[in-house]
Write a protein that binds this ligand. Sequence first.
Ligand code: ASP
Length: 342
Amino acid sequence: MAERTKILLIYTGGTIGMVKDYQTGSLRAFDFKELVNNVPELNQLACDLSGVSFKVPIDSSNVSPLHWKRIAELIRDNYEKYDGFVVLHGSDTMSYSASALSFMLENLDKPVIFTGSQLPIGDLRTDAKENLITSIQIATLKEEGVPVIQEVGLYFEYKLYRGNRTTKLNAEHFEAFASLNHPPLVESGVHLNVSHTSLYRKTDSESFEIHTKMDSNVAVLKLFPGIGQSLVRTVCTTTGLKALILETYGAGNAPLETWFLTEVKQAIERGLFVINVTQCIGGSVQPGQYETSRELMEMQVANGKDITTESALAKTMYLLGKNLSALEFKAVFERSLRGEMV
Ligand code: ASP
């Protein structure tokens, strides 16, 4: 008889794991047993579930690279014992965490599915149950004994996305996430429809390993009409700063004012890595398409192509942890490492 699929639930915090205490009316974090009690449907799943929780579950606004390290280590320590992992996480920073884990977990050949909810699991109209149950079902999918999903995904409201392609775009709707530059990997209706051509597969035969050195000496600077020189200079000269993600307009465009270009140029000359990503949630940087992006291109600013800001931030922290030269950093950044860009 074939062995039952084993899934590990990792609870980090967030609304999904809250239950209502009907005596006090307030929400509190659950333990694993309580979760199963709240979702008896879990007993019907054809897999064995185990759970592990952060000692102190956190609202995801408190997430830091140390929490990412903890998740990565939990997955590494349990990698051989389980067929897949479902990470329960607050939705606010879920795209950042899913992006970070996609870089920290290298040569993954099992599913790691992030999910959460807009309403607590104990709420009558909760979206948590569907998100949780379907995430687990997707994590158990196999074809000829091989996991269908072999990457970090994010499941929310009937769609599994590649985690490092997502952005949270709605604070209230159940459909809270979007992935405008990559199609959903799985859509859940009556059946689970897998888009096989959209799935990520590792390119070499190396075995799974984790990278936990994330260097957060990075800043994101969103351009806006009226941005002033002192702000740009203050950001660029921040003590210890190693990389600057410039969130530019449209297809990677920035002001042509001399002071702006000079600040960026001097920052690059001082050794800062500068990356151009668009503040649009879909589409791509197209260096040189307009004269307003040509100068940045000529200064050798790294082309973020169609990467999300969340993913650019995670990728930068990951690459800063590797002590690359400016040339290497630009070359590696502009390459897709985990399907995060074209
Ligand atoms: N503030 C919560 C969090 O991100 C919201 C949620 O759980 O979705 O942890």
